[in-house]
Design a protein around this ligand. Structure first.
Ligand code: HEC
Length: 159
C-alpha cells in the first residue's frame, strides 16, 4: 500500500477513536453530574448518621413505618407512612390518626425545607403546623441535615 495512503488511514482511525473516547467521557461526566445533583452534597457518613438517628434515637420509624399484624416493622417499607397503632386517652381534637410517607422527603419538599422543619417545627408551603403526636422537633443543624440526607437517600420508594 502507498505509505501516504496508510498514513491517512491511520490518522482517520485515530480521529474516530478520539471522538468515541471523548463521547464516552462526556456521557460519563454528565451521568455523574446528574447523580450528584440528585443527592445534593450528602456524604455516605452523613447518610449513615441520619439512618442511626431515625432508627435508634429520634425514632421517626415508630410512627412513620408500617407494621405487620404481629407488630413487626415491614423492613422494605420503612418510612412509607402508617396509620398510628395508638391514640390519646383523653379527647384531643387536633390528634392526627396517621403519619404520612417521608421516605424520599414528602412530595414537593426541598431538602432546605426539611432541615428547617426539623429545627423549628415549621412546615413549608404555607402548610399549618403538624398536629400531635408529631413532635415539634428542635434539632441542631448537623442532626437535621443528617436525617434529611438519609430520608432523601431512600428515594421515591413508595411513589
Ligand atoms: C410520635 C409519632 C411520630 C414521630 C416519632 C414522628 N412523627 Fe412525623 N408525623 C407524625 C404524624 C401523626 C404526622 C401527621 C401530622 C398531621 O397530619 O398534622 C407527622 C407528620 C410529619 C411530617 C409532615 C409531612 C407532610 O407531608 O406535611 C414530616 C415531614 C414528618 N412527620 C417527619 C418526621 C421525622 C423526620 C421524624 C423523626 C425525626 C418524625 N416525623 C417523627 C407522627 C410522628
Amino acid at each position: 500500500m502507498n505509505p501516504n495512503r496508510t498514513r491517512t488511514l491511520l490518522a482517520a482511525a485515530g480521529a474516530v477513536t478520539l471522538c468515541v473516547v471523548g463521547l464516552m467521557a462526556f456521557a460519563d461526566s454528565s451521568s455523574r453530574d446528574a447523580a450528584k445533583s440528585a443527592s445534593l452534597s450528602a456524604s455516605p457518613a452523613q447518610v449513615k448518621r441520619g439512618e442511626y438517628l431515625v432508627h435508634n434515637v429520634v425514632l421517626c420509624v415508630d410512627c412513620h413505618s408500617p407494621r405487620s399484624e404481629s407488630g413487626a416493622f415491614l423492613p422494605d417499607r420503612h418510612l412509607t407512612g402508617s396509620v398510628l397503632p395508638f391514640g390519646p386517652i383523653v379527647p384531643m381534637p387536633a390528634w392526627a390518626p396517621a403519619a404520612p410517607l417521608i421516605a424520599g422527603l414528602p412530595a414537593g419538599w426541598t431538602e432546605e425545607q426539611m432541615v428547617r422543619f426539623l429545627k423549628t417545627g415549621e412546615r413549608p408551603l404555607g402548610l399549618p403546623a403538624t398536629r400531635p403526636p408529631m413532635p415539634p422537633y428542635r434539632l441542631g443543624q448537623d442532626d437535621a441535615e443528617a436525617i434529611t440526607a438519609y430520608l432523601r437517600s431512600l428515594g421515591s420508594r413508595a411513589r
